[in-house]
Design a protein around this ligand. Structure first.
Ligand SMILES: CC(=O)[C@@H](O)[C@H](O)COP(=O)(O)O
Length: 253
């Protein structure tokens, strides 16, 4: 696995901390998934009690504050600065939303904020699309991790653009990449890892499952299987059939 600003994660699982039916259910999902990273929102901090944050800190995972809900670079920069102070980390998952329906990132605001935050010493994890030009600009700005979307947040659609994600992965082989958002089933996680991505970040599919802890475990197992497959040299696809049983010894009538 590629490193994340010098940190090697124990597992390729990153989990969000929203939408769970209770803090206890969320804690169980983290434990059963073996997640290495928890995304946390400063906005949520304003509404959650101290007990919730004590529990999150007690999970023993890396905290990745986000700028969820920000619609301008200025708002995201201010939120990131507050989050650094509150959560005592220079990691920031940078979200600048450009479309209220799809929650698609605003590429212009994202790049603007990434340039400012990287120059200010942040380790920026930008929530982006599969756009290669934007990816190159984000890397130029100092981002060493990219978080392309699989599909719109909360949609559960999986990987909407296999071609775009595959070519993005191939274009920047040294950059750690996390598929963030839109995963609905463990098979989507396996597919992301099979494509060579380094980790997955999800929230809704686990939090809204009937049994979040079991679903979190299923995602973790699928991600592990996908990573093992990627490292094992998958066969190439062919247009034509090739018999898997040798013809030698066949009775010719
Ligand atoms: C949790 C987070 O920071 C977001 O990236 C997002 O909520 C994840 O997307 P899904 O909820 O679609 O998994």
């Amino acid at each position: 696995m590629r490193d994340f600003y010098g940190i090697e994660l124990k597992t390729p699982m990153m989990l969000g901390t929203a939408r769970y039916p209770s803090p206890a259910v969320m804690e169980a999902a983290f434990h059963s998934s073996g997640a290495s990273v928890a995304t946390v929102s400063l906005r949520r901090e304003q509404g959650a009690g101290q007990a919730f944050w004590d529990m999150v800190r007690g999970l023993g995972v890396h905290l990745l504050p986000n700028t969820a809900g920000c619609h301008s670079s200025r708002e995201a920069i201010t939120t990131a600065q507050m989050a650094r102070e509150y959560f005592q980390t220079d990691w920031i998952k940078l979200e600048v939303i450009g479309n209220a329906d799809t929650l698609q990132p605003d590429p212009f605001g994202l790049l603007d904020a990434a340039e400012v935050l990287c120059a200010d010493g942040f380790k920026v994890f930008p929530y982006t699309t599969e756009d290669q030009v934007l990816a190159a600009r984000l890397i130029d700005a100092g981002c060493r991790v990219l978080m392309p979307w699989g599909a719109p947040i909360g949609s559960g659609m999986g990987l909407n653009s296999i071609y775009g994600l595959r070519t993005l992965r191939a274009a920047f082989p040294d950059v750690a990449m996390v598929i963030d958002a839109g995963l609905g089933l463990p098979s989507h996680a396996a597919q992301a890892m099979e494509l060579g991505f380094d980790a997955i970040l999800l929230n809704t599919a686990v939090a809204e499952a009937d049994n979040p802890a079991a679903m979190a475990r299923a995602f973790a197992m699928a991600a592990q299987a996908g990573a093992l497959a990627a490292a094992s040299g998958p066969m190439g696809m062919r247009d034509m059939a090739v018999p898997s049983t040798p013809l030698v010894g066949k009775a010719w009538l």
